[in-house]
Design a protein around this ligand. Structure first.
Ligand code: SIN
Length: 489
């Protein structure tokens, strides 16, 4: 098998695939996928893609993004996202992608929490991510190496030369002039999450082990409405757009208690609604539900076919029957620090894009449906950056192929303990004393005889905990428990 390429892309979500599609076909490009290509967060994205509807909406999209980000966004990054968003969407449509339209052929826009207007495009009703993923895969001119675990980056003296991988029972090096990390977030660090099962922070951990900076790692987003009962690790997401179109969060008595916490009720930013549900459950011990009575059966099945199918399959008679919900980990605003062209700081020829990256675009809390847009906008920028420098001469280097043990026999138990610890101590509500406990335990685990993959998870968990300890005031998704106060502000 060929082991040297122009470009190596790690990850097959919207960020990785869109970058690949924006590169010249004359380049030799290899994409590696940890599992099947569809085991990525893009595939499970329901709500849609947020985009300014016209020029006048761009400043409003900027304002909503900055507002949800709680003053912690990089305004320049937000400007890039919102002003280049319409161009990225047009490019996708011109390639042949179909968003949902009304009978007259006009694009349909829905609303989600913290957006001041309807600006979310969707496809296949609530299957936006799946439709986009399939479409991008169909266009792809480059090969994918499946079932490939990246175990290290080949970095020497501030230059990246490729990655070490485990594939088909062998460890070997893949060399490339340019390496793009597009591997997604950190979902599997948490007990309850909505992410694909492959999303376990490996690349963030590898970056840490090379001294590469991660930023905003205390900023972890919890989605307010997930169906968390059942045994699957990935929890069933119940899209924001349900609430945008009339679904209500209620307690056992049918009371819309989110208004006790914020006057915007169910349409307050995601972090606010998540905390309201979590705290209300803690305080009252009551069950919380998503009430879908605003929908007729026919409309619900047509507008939200995936949720209808999934919930019906589990035995819920939707929309008549309300669904028990809980917040679940959903998205990492923190990530590998990059500039606005995807360059990883202080390492030449290494790029990061999508959820794994931190450009500062999401600040302390991502605005709903801005992530697929981020993948489209910033992948085009990374591809442009690579096109401009790919023909510069680069000295080839070889690296050893020796690797430490990836998985140790006790890792599974420790991995589950870590997920529990992160959910309760570094989750929706944080207390310094609990964060300290978590830190101590993670440090103990790091001193044990463990496999490399668990070590990477632990390194990233420690970074989340330490960042949370270092931020002394609540901000956006980072919330320090303040006694039993009901109100947010
Ligand atoms: C959703 O459909 O609620 C998820 C959208 C997102 O994560 O932005």
């Amino acid at each position: 098998m060929k082991t040297s390429y122009d470009v190596l892309i790690i990850g097959t979500g919207i960020a990785g695939l869109s970058t690949a599609l924006a590169l010249p076909r004359s380049l030799s490009v290899l994409i590696v996928s940890k599992d099947y290509a569809w085991e990525c967060n893009t595939f499970y994205a329901q709500g849609g893609v947020a985009v300014a509807k016209d020029t006048a909406d761009i400043p409003l999209h900027v304002k909503d993004t900055l507002g949800a980000g709680a003053g912690h966004c990089d305004p320049e990054a937000v400007n890039v996202l919102c002003s280049e968003g319409p161009i990225a969407i047009k490019r996708l449509i011109n390639m042949g992608f179909h968003f949902d339209k009304d009978e007259d052929g006009n694009l349909l826009y829905t609303k989600e929490a913290a957006h001041s207007t309807n600006r979310i495009l969707h496809a296949g009703g609530d299957a936006t991510g799946r439709y986009i993923h399939l479409f991008l895969m169909q266009q792809l001119p480059f090969p994918i190496l499946y079932n490939t675990q990246v175990t290290d980056l080949l970095i020497d003296e501030g230059v990246c030369y490729g990655a070490r991988v485990f594939h088909a029972d062998k460890i070997f090096n893949l060399y490339a002039k340019k390496v793009i990390i597009a591997s997604g977030g950190v979902g599997s660090l948490y007990e309850y999450h909505t992410n694909a099962r492959t999303i376990s922070a490996d690349m963030q951990g590898i970056c840490l082990s090379h001294g590469i900076a991660l930023a905003d790692m205390e900023m972890m987003q919890f989605h307010p409405t997930a169906f968390v009962l059942g045994n699957s690790v990935r929890k069933q997401l119940l899209s924001e757009s349900l609430r945008g179109e009339g679904a209500m969060v209620v307690d056992e008595d049918g009371r819309r208690f989110v208004f006790d916490y914020d006057p915007r009720g169910e349409l307050a930013p995601r972090d606010v609604v998540s905390r309201a549900i979590f705290r209300y459950k803690q305080k009252t011990g009551k069950e919380v539900y998503l009430d879908l009575s605003a929908f007729t059966k026919e409309h619900f099945a047509q507008r939200f076919p995936s949720i209808y199918f999934n919930m019906t399959n589990i035995g819920y008679n939707v929309p008549e029957q309300r669904i028990p919900i809980s917040p679940a980990f959903h998205y990492s605003m923190g990530g590998i620090k990059t500039d606005l062209r995807g360059n990883v700081l202080h390492v030449k020829d290494l790029y990061a894009v999508g959820e794994c990256a931190n450009t500062g675009v999401h600040g302390a809390n991502r605005l709903a449906s801005n992530s697929l847009l981020e993948g489209l906008v910033f992948s085009a920028r990374v591809a442009e950056e690579i096109k401009q420098s790919i023909f510069e001469p680069k000295v080839q280097r070889t690296f050893s192929e020796v690797e430490e043990v990836l998985i140790h026999e006790n890792d599974k138990v420790l991995k589950n303990e870590l997920r529990h610890l992160m959910w309760y101590y570094a989750g929706i509500l944080r207390e310094p004393k609990n964060l300290e406990k978590a830190k101590k335990r993670v440090e103990e685990m790091l001193a044990l005889s463990i496999g490399k993959l668990l070590r990477l998870r632990l390194l990233v968990s420690l970074e989340i905990i330490t960042s949370a300890l270092n931020r002394k005031e609540s901000l956006g998704a980072h919330y320090l428990q303040q006694g039993n106060d009901l109100c947010e502000s």
